[in-house]
Design a protein around this ligand. Structure first.
Ligand code: OAD
Length: 250
């Protein structure tokens, strides 16, 4: 495909590559995207269970939603797109993954430098003292656990609608995006801010932008090359093409 070669040529010479991902990169691992298939969970709109207000009103319902997401994420395997993205770290002096996903599949595929903008399913945070801890229990208990430090109610360590992004992750994401000379955007609708603004920031600061998404997104107009393919097909081919260019000294 011509666009694939064009994308490889655009990104291969880059020194500092950021891969910005959304739910689409995990779709081929069997994890549902947010805006696909109606975005419903047991008859609730996802936006209605992913808020602090919903947790305050009905912690058990919201907890059950995240317990199920954790079970699905654990049962899922990284797909060829996650693996190819991990492979890119051997080609570029700097390669950072900035993800909106909370499933941990980039790390399981071997990506070392991953910035999690929307938190993680594998972290719990105390609603009282804000202590964070890693937790890999599956299945989770039916009720939210109590903080081992202060006894407060724990919540999933993910960012809910209306909440700020974790400050450290957000400032690192802004920093790497403003310094990148290449940005590969994979599987995001680009509808959720402030994360989506990173693409404009990188482009404004001079990064060449390539997008992989079978459908046009809110970010497509910022991409020099749009690859209308699923990530599991596009990424391994893109990686192979860039490896060839590197070997040829281009
Ligand atoms: P969306 O569900 O909004 O978008 C998924 C995108 O992936 C769409 O543009 C699809 O066309 C594309 N897609 C689907 N299958 C694909 C495949 N196999 N390969 C490549 N692309 C594919 O998900 P996000 O953009 O990640 O936030 O949503 C952003 C945020 O909205 C999420 O992190 C979450 C949600 O509310 C929070 O929970 C804070």
């Amino acid at each position: 495909m011509k666009a694939l070669r064009e994308a490889a040529k655009l990104l291969a010479p880059c020194k500092s590559l950021v891969v910005f991902t959304g739910a689409g990169v995990s779709a081929e691992s069997g994890l549902a995207t947010f805006r696909g298939a109606g975005g419903l969970w047991e008859g609730h709109r996802v936006e209605e269970v992913a808020t602090f207000e919903a947790f305050a009103r009905d912690p058990t319902l919201v907890w059950r939603f995240y317990a199920q997401r954790r079970e699905k994420a654990q049962a899922a395997e990284p797909n060829p797109a996650h693996l190819a993205i991990a492979g890119l770290q051997n080609l570029f002096p700097a390669r950072v993954v900035v993800t909106q996903n909370v499933d941990g599949l980039h790390q399981r595929a071997g990506s070392r430098d991953v910035v999690e903008l929307h938190g993680s399913l594998w972290t719990l945070v105390c609603t009282c003292c804000a202590a964070r801890r890693q937790d890999h229990q599956v299945p989770l208990p039916l009720l939210p656990p109590l903080c081992p430090r202060c006894g407060g109610l724990e919540r999933p360590g993910v960012v809910w609608f209306g909440e700020e992004l974790p400050p450290e992750a957000w400032s690192r994401a802004q920093s790497v995006c403003s310094q990148a000379d290449g940005l590969l955007v994979v599987g995001t609708s680009g509808q959720v801010w402030p994360a989506a603004g990173l693409v404009e920031l990188a482009s404004h600061c001079g990064a060449r932008v390539v997008e992989v998404n079978p459908a046009p997104s809110a970010l497509s107009s910022l991409a020099e090359v749009h690859l209308p393919l699923v990530a599991g097909e596009a990424l391994p081919s893109l990686l192979a093409s860039m490896e060839e260019l590197r070997h040829a000294g281009i």
